[in-house]
Ligand binder design. Sequence first.
Ligand SMILES: [Zn+2]
Length: 102
Amino acid sequence: MQRLWGRKISDLAFGEFLQILEWVAKKKNKLVIFIDQWYPSTKTCFNCGHVLENIDLSVREWRCPSCQSVNGRDENASKVICAVGASTLPGDVSRATPAIAV
Ligand SMILES: [Zn+2]
């Protein structure tokens, strides 16, 4: 988000940022989906769903002990968050598009 919004995200309280995000999404007829803030998105393998017990903050890439796929920490977490968010929506989400494309 820092890269996308630059200094604005640093200046605003995160709650205000979320309000703006919801406003933009509503204006563009999109949805903002929130997932549990404690969902283990970083520790969950996007490929197979295996959940690591622990992962150090310095580990940027890890190999899944179950399916052997190599997961980039942030990219894997973003895919997991997207999948979890999409799974909470009723109906067909295959045509869902993000409100703000990165
Ligand atoms: Zn895996």
